[in-house]
Design a protein around this ligand. Structure first.
Ligand code: B12
Length: 312
């Protein structure tokens, strides 16, 4: 076995990704960081319970001898979906990372291309990947709490894997914020929900529009319907960010839905009852699992599109 972790990172880079590897034991540092936030009661309890308790900080049973954690950044565009109502074409944005243009399976395949011939394997790690990316030196935090990778801005998806390949070294470092954020508050000013507070760096996740429009529960009354700008999630803090200047025009054309299809989706017709063609369009942008939020979110987003405030 002569493969070095640096060869793996170089291979990923040649495949269009960026990556770093740290010792597998660093997962416990991630756990300590979250625990510290819990102890200081900075995390909204419902958000924490529903979302962050899913993390697993020990190597998976199918790879107990894991030696490294490989964190990978995968560039992702915005996608423009087009709907049709009353004879008008209405563009609605699907933000980066929801559409898995190059799904996590592709990252895994790229890793296995070099690891498997040398007898190594990988298993997906369910960890706070931003924190891992920043500690590894792959990314920096922006004030909006998103991770910035040089050349990709925030337009990328993060995924982590455990491997039995030993890491070359331990590049672990304290989390860094982008220099630019020291005297910029563009994201904070753009967030109407107050999710990016003045008195602390940590996002108020329970205020984030995304937290609520990803959830099928009724939308809280304090959210103004005019804030919606995407089929799911939100683009405000990313589009307002000067650091994303070169990325924000990266929009790929996605499926176009006919007036009949738009009506069916707005009526909330179940996926089993939609025409095969419509389902295929939804699947092409990975929305097949969003049945419970699609009609509501589409209605909100089209309300904005009709007034010319969404899309490009
Ligand atoms: C839960 C979650 C959410 C929640 C909560 C977000 C949050 N910030 O916690 C909600 C639903 C709101 C959400 C929204 C979005 N999400 Co989200 N989400 C996640 C998830 C599952 C976990 C995030 C997490 O660990 N939160 C816990 C908090 C404690 O961690 P943290 O945000 O890293 O906080 C650290 C910093 O605040 C730091 N810190 C604190 N003080 C200071 C001070 C300084 C100076 C510094 C430098 C650091 C620092 O310490 C904290 C950790 O200890 C990850 C996937 C994953 N497995 O990790 C995706 C993930 C973070 N989301 C992602 C995306 C794309 C989004 C959205 C942009 C989607 C959209 N278009 O609407 C929005 C953006 C909202 C925002 N501005 O952050 C991507 C981010 C990619 C990137 N480029 O960074 C991820 C990584 C998914 C993925 N696989 O790519 N998300």
């Amino acid at each position: 076995m002569s493969l070095a972790a640096t060869d793996v990172l170089t291979h990923l880079e040649a495949s269009g990704f960026r990556a770093r590897a740290v010792p597998a034991g660093r997962a416990s540092d991630l756990a300590s960081s979250l625990d510290a936030w819990r102890r200081s009661r900075a995390l909204d309890e419902t958000f924490d319970r529903h979302t962050l308790y899913a993390f697993r900080f020990t190597p998976p049973e199918d790879l107990p001898a894991a030696r490294s954690l490989i964190i990978v950044s995968n560039p992702q565009p915005q996608v423009r979906l087009t709907f049709c109502r009353e004879g008008r074409s209405l563009p609605v944005t699907l933000p980066p990372t929801y559409v898995w243009r190059r799904p996590d399976a592709e990252v895994r395949a790229a890793l296995l291309e070099v690891l498997e011939p040398e007898g190594y394997s990988v298993v997906r790690a369910v960890l706070p990947v931003k924190l891992l990316a920043v500690h590894s030196g792959l990314a920096r935090y922006g004030r909006n709490n998103l991770c910035y990778v040089p050349g990709f801005g925030t337009f990328h998806r993060l995924v982590a894997f455990y491997s039995d390949l030993p890491p070359a070294d331990d590049p672990w470092q304290e989390p860094l914020m982008l220099e630019r954020c020291h005297d910029c508050s563009a994201c904070r000013r753009e967030c109407p929900a107050g999710a990016i507070p003045e008195d602390r760096f940590l996002l108020r996740a329970e205020r984030c529009l995304t937290y609520h429009n990803e959830d099928p529960a009724p939308m809280p009354g304090w959210i103004d319907p005019a804030w919606h700008n995407a089929i799911v999630g939100c683009m405000r803090c990313q589009l307002a960010c000067p650091e994303n200047k070169s990325q924000r025009q990266w929009v790929e054309a996605g499926p176009e839905f006919t007036a009949e299809e738009t009506d069916l989706l707005l009526q909330g017709v179940g996926f089993d009852d939609l025409p095969g063609e419509t389902v295929a369009k939804l699947e092409s942008v990975d929305l097949q699992d969003c049945a419970d939020i699609l009609a509501r979110n589409l209605c909100l987003a089209l309300g904005q599109a009709a007034h010319g405030t969404t899309g490009e």
